[in-house]
Each structure stands twice: as structure tokens, then as C-alpha cells.
Design a protein around this ligand. Sequence first.
Ligand SMILES: Cc1ncc(COP(=O)(O)O)c(C=O)c1O
Length: 472
Amino acid sequence: MPAWRYHDRNQRRVSPMPDMPTNSPIVAAWLEKTRGSRDLAGEAGGIFPSGVTHDSRYREPYGLYVDHAQGSRKWDVDGNEYVDFFGGHGSLILGHGNPAVVEAVRQAVGEGTHFGAGHRAEVRWGRLVCDLVPSAERVRFVSSGTEATLMCLRLARAFTGRRKILRFTHHFHGWHDHVASARVSSGGADAAGVVPGIEEDLVVVEAGDHAALREAFRAHDDIAAAIIEPTGATFCRVPVDPDFVRLLRDETERHGALLILDEVVTGFRVSPGGAQKALGITPDLTALAKILAGGLPGGAVAGRQDVMDMLDFEATRRDGRIKVDHFGTFNANPLSAAAGIAALGQIADGTVCARASATAAALRDGINRVVSEAGVSWAAYGTHSSFHIFLNPRRLDVVPGSFDGSSVSPDDLLHLPKPLATRFDLAMMLGGVTMGGTPGGYVSGVMESSEVDVTVQAVRDAIRMLRAEDAL
Ligand SMILES: Cc1ncc(COP(=O)(O)O)c(C=O)c1O
């Protein structure tokens, strides 16, 4: 049996990795180092589909099982330590176990975890959102980013009386029916299980294409709203020019449609007031989650009062409109509210966002130096507190230090060359670094030059290991 093949407790092969060379020393070293994760993955495979609870946590040959986390680090069940760039899927700009957040949650949990009523903390939390986010005249809390974008789209259709939603190829807004359309994520096929025909109410444009955007509004007079990730798809993995977002603001306004900024990732990260504050673009509605709730579950929709009034009992009665229903058992949950207040209070002055962005810039520079020295045609890029590593499967001519993601097609940027990408991910973990679901990740405000050094060294070692097995 090849070194890296293994079987779970039921003697089933776990994760076949059909493309992987069977003699990879990287995979063999990984299997050796993570026996505890391997056992748990074997058990999880008999409980969860693919053994995971979120598609982005799926890994070959199996995902990491984490025991505990603190600051910029996490430790797996085998005791291995990692610099953590998954960062709670982007929710942990203050790092793991931020003392003020932990203390706030500790106190809140003793006071009651659900009141089935309003409470002081939700009012303070909502006030903070209104103070920080420029477009927030009114707020409603929900439980996730997916719920936030769902509410934004529903509000937009109810407010405008129009059906269609304009959205952008590759931009991610969660997994409810309108945004799960495979026309966007997998090139034309119907998304499995999505309401048939829902795509007829979608107008899909390539972000950055000014002419196509203008044409879309000319061709469709029934667009209720446009929704966009304001720094580009997947936190600028496919960057978008701010001028395009400005054009979108103008076009939506001109055509009576609403602009929805999906700030689930960028909110409280790009700046305390999100990307909208940094870009000086005020949307009609904003979807928020992740950092909003300080690392606990939570989301929100913030926006113009007249639009948010579609949720208001009195305003809809007064205006003779049908109210948009809103339920959700855990909306503004007291623990999430406590964590959110503690987190947003620390983010408000901008220091944390600025520190995370500066560390990310140093990290991108360091990685680019290493790949340049090694003569590998990869490049690190990104903005603010993101970094992405372009593995350049088609060996395009790139200069690592001055790589501009907009100069490459989205398909090239998004294509992950397996099994190289898998082995790179494993090699980085062998070097003590976990990245996000794709090469790259979220930098937090508690990371310092030591985390940059560990990561740059891990990239150097990964390149050496990949070369040793002829993967580069
Ligand atoms: C830009 C964006 N919008 C929406 C979502 C969905 O958020 P959630 O995972 O909380 O449902 C995500 C999640 O990663 C996201 O990145």
C-alpha cells in the first residue's frame, strides 16, 4: 500500500486523492504528524457528508482537528502549533481569545443566554453599528452572513416592487437560492437543489466590465438591486476597481435600483466603517456578519431608513405596504451581542484594522521576495488585511513584487492546480501555518513580525519540498 493511503475504522479508504502521486513525501509527513486528526476524520466520515461541517473546511487527505486556539495561533489535537490565517473564516480580526471578548461572553452567559425579548446589549450593539457604518440609519440583527444577504435581496424587491437582482460573476454572498446559482459559480449548470427558474430573475455581469454593466441596466428595467463584494470576489481574490463600484452606485441610483454592499468580510476589517467608509461609497443596504459578532454567530442588515421601514409594523401600515416578515430564534443573541460590543469597541478607533493591513502588506512583500529568490512564477497579492497566493498554473509571465490581480483573468486567478495546491497547503501546515480554503488568508491585528517570519519561512520550505518531489 502506498505510504499515504489509509483506511477509516470501517476499512473504507478515506479521501481517495485520485490525482495525487502516491509517493509524495509531503503527504507522508503530514499523515505521520496528524494521526489524531486522521482518527477523528475517519470517525467524522461516518457522521458528516465528506466528514466536514463546512465545504471550505474540506481538505485532502483530511482536514485538521483543532484542540484550542489563542491569539494568532491554534493547536491541533496532535499538539502541533500553527499560525492561523483561516481566522474564524475572517471573523477574528482581534485574534483568538481576545481578553475583552472572552470576559464579556463569560459575564453574559451567567446572566442568561436567551430572553425571548429585547435586552440592553442588543441596543448597545445596534448603536455601535449605526455609529460605525456610514449607511446604517437602521439595523436588524440576523444569525449569519447568508441570512443578511437574503434579507437584503428580499427588502430590495419589496421596496422597489421589482423582481431582478444584478450580481457579479464569482462574487460570493452565502448559499441561499438566489446566490447559490451555479451559473455564477460553475459556469452554466443549474445549481443542485436550487428552485428551478430562479436564474431568470438574475442578471449576471463580470465585475469590472463598465460597458456590460451599463448595458445590463439598459436591457432590464426591472432590477431591484445590485449586490457586490466591494473589494472584489472573495475579499479581493478577484479584485475589483473602486471606480467600478462607484459606477455601480451611479447606475443603481440612475435606474431606481438599490445598491447592496456585501460587507460580511470587509465590514469592520477594511476600516471600522467597512469598505464603504474607505471608498466613500454609501450603499442603500449593507450585509454584515463575521467581525460584527466578535467571533460568535451573528449577522445584520443595515441601511436607509425608508428601505428598512419595510420591516416596520407601523411604517408599513401607515404607507399601506405589505410588511417584510422577519423571524430568527437567535437574532441578537445575548452572547453574540456581548462579544460584538466588546469587539467593535476595540475596533472603533481604526488601530486594529490599520495594524492588520500593515502586517498583511509585510507578509505579501516577504512571500514575494521568497518566490522571486526561488525563481518560482507565483505571486502574493491582495489589499488591506488579505493575502492571496497566485499559483499561476498556466505559467504566465508575472513579476511577484508588482503583480496586479486585475491583469489576469478571473478564471486563472481562481483555478487551483491540483495536486500542487493540495501539497502546498500540506507543506505550509508542516511549516506551522494554516491558510484559508484557498492559498492565502485573513491577517489579524494581533499578528506581528514573528508570524510574518514563520509564514515566509514556511513558503520557502514548501517550495523546497515541492521541488524535491518534482511538483514545481
Ligand atoms: C462576502 C460574503 N458574503 C456572505 C457570506 C456568508 O456568510 P455566512 O458564512 O455567515 O453565512 C460570506 C461567508 O464567507 C462571505 O464571505
